[in-house]
Design a binder for this molecule. Sequence first.
Ligand SMILES: [Zn+2]
Length: 308
Amino acid sequence: MTKFEIQELRDLPIEGVAERLGLHVERHKALCPFHDDHTPSLTFKGHKYKCWSCGESDDSISLVMKVLNKDFLDACRWLADEHNVIMTEESSRVQDSGFKVQQKPFDASRYERFFERPWLNEEARKFLFDERHLDERVVRWCRLTSWKDRSGTPWLQIPYFNREGKLIGIQNRNQIKGAKPRFRFPQDSQCVLYNQNVLNMLKPGDELYITEGCSDCWAMLSAGHKAVAIPSATLFKPKDIEQLSIINSQLSISFHMWPDNDAPGERLFMQLKEVLSNLVHHQLPPGCKDFGVYYLQTKTKTKTKNEE
Ligand SMILES: [Zn+2]
């Protein structure tokens, strides 16, 4: 671990660190874990905390050390892991070898624990619940979590599990307000068919909706349907949905799709129809570019109706 990396940990948003430690932060304050506090006395400012009652104060590394009773190095490791900061001791092996490293499979063990206790920061909650009106149960089911990188950019972290529940890949989606989302994948992530867990719940005669991309899948699930997602129409390979045709022959599932209102969407439908001959086409109304938008429209309509 270098001085520079330690500084990066010190520069992590301290309120996020406190929340990850289980403190309830509201208006830059929390109940102080160092004395018997009944009104929030612990305050956060910059990268520091300070208790106005018992006088405890320091930075995020010290907060982790004291709350979790860890030594300095362990506190740094905990912070790095919780916030996806990659420390040299872990990444050096790959970078130091001058020769070409053989392709390693996706190292799920490095990431699994992020999804054991999913945590959503303010930006993620805003995006998922205020903007997308998603059902909280769906967000929990999908084990979505969030983090901030060194420059403070918030990211939504989307885990991909296989049917056996093993983590096989991660998609990071950044949440810069007003900007087109960017995506990042840890090395060798296998982000192919999304929400495979749902396949284990299918009963004979069930309906399964095939969507394009995770966010349409969340909307479809929030609308009360069983759904999986193909990551992108442009990158579709029939091999990716082999599992679905196997399930089809076992359980006679009826497959449904609301293709995106554009050429790649229709093309994806035609490609899928070749593999799943009973795939049903649903037409989005004109001006609705994808199911996510359609879901939002129906959501806001019912809301105004209820309010009237
Ligand atoms: Zn205190």
